[in-house]
Design a protein around this ligand. Sequence first.
Ligand SMILES: C[C@@]1(CC(=O)O)c2cc3[nH]c(cc4nc(cc5[nH]c(cc(n2)[C@H]1CCC(=O)O)[C@@](C)(CC(=O)O)[C@@H]5CCC(=O)O)C(CC(=O)O)=C4CCC(=O)O)c(CCC(=O)O)c3CC(=O)O
Ligand SMILES: NC(=O)C1=CN([C@@H]2O[C@H](COP(=O)(O)OP(=O)(O)OC[C@H]3O[C@@H](n4cnc5c(N)ncnc54)[C@H](O)[C@@H]3O)[C@@H](O)[C@H]2O)C=CC1
Length: 247
Amino acid sequence: MKGPYPDIQGGGSLLLAWQIRNKRVLVVGGGEVAAGRIVNILNADAKVTVVSPRDGLNDEVAYRIEQKQVEHVDRKFEPSDLDGVDMVLTAVDDPDASTQIWKLCKEKKIAANIADVPPECDFYFGSVHRDGPLQIMVSTNGNGPKLANIVRRQIAAGLPKNIGAAVQRVGMLRKKLRKVAPNIEEGPKRMQWMSKVCEQYTLEELCSMTEDDMEMLLGFYRPGTVPSLEEVRLQEPDGAYDGPFLI
Ligand SMILES: C[C@@]1(CC(=O)O)c2cc3[nH]c(cc4nc(cc5[nH]c(cc(n2)[C@H]1CCC(=O)O)[C@@](C)(CC(=O)O)[C@@H]5CCC(=O)O)C(CC(=O)O)=C4CCC(=O)O)c(CCC(=O)O)c3CC(=O)O
Ligand SMILES: NC(=O)C1=CN([C@@H]2O[C@H](COP(=O)(O)OP(=O)(O)OC[C@H]3O[C@@H](n4cnc5c(N)ncnc54)[C@H](O)[C@@H]3O)[C@@H](O)[C@H]2O)C=CC1
């Protein structure tokens, strides 16, 4: 019999938003695959070290090194490279080296992605769409990386143009709200109010919210009710809003 709870499908992977900021990531190899990995982890503000002989670097990786976006160790991998490292990504054209690194990572319990050996990966990369603070990742769980890319681009094409900006504005408002209603016991009401703002305002309205609008809106803060943005702006002393009601 079908129960009231979600069915378990199994066989998937756990998609998470890993907070790797300021953690140390070791990239072994400096070719095309490494270049893609480096973009992903720099976008998450990690501290990146690339171990790869200089003559094997592709142009993009060489550029990252030259710009000091990553540190570079100009030689092949050595086990001591794993000291103090939080995550390892290998992208080398040498299966024996990959396997050696994977074994060492297992011993040291360091999470690793071994680009050429899916069964040895603790996690896979996915195809990621990024728009400001919004990220959308598509995974086919190893079945079809190119298809992941195609699905991701299709999803991105269907998104509202200003969705990233709306997310950024909502982030600002949530931060300010926590200052206005900081107490833990206010949590459920605060969350309901925030959900209501997101549902009630259009994306255009969310994007257009200035800091003055936010301060004024929060001045109205009463759990359970959300005034329209028009009402909020009418209260602003600097006449920030000159819509139809001001005539
Ligand atoms: C398992 C996984 C482990 C991992 O690397 O994390 C893995 C493994 C392998 N990929 C291979 C090939 C290709 N990979 C791409 C592209 C991407 N690969 C990515 C992820 C993943 N690749 C993980 C599973 C993700 C999932 O299933 O959803 C993406 C999504 C993310 C990223 O790499 O950052 C990125 C798109 C980025 C974007 O769109 O933005 C292309 C297309 C291209 O290059 O244009 C091709 C050629 C076409 C094809 O094969 O589809 C091969 C060699 C196969 C062989 O030798 O035949 C292996 C090894 C194997 O399968 O044995
Ligand atoms: N997961 C994925 O999305 C994909 C994985 N691959 C696999 O990833 C691997 C790397 O691919 P590419 O970047 O295109 O190769 P590449 O040949 O462009 O680069 C390999 C790099 O590894 C370096 N290297 C080799 N041995 C090393 C060692 N012992 N220590 C440090 N650096 C070392 C080389 O100097 C070079 O910079 C290949 O095995 C390929 O089959 C390929 C395409 C996609």
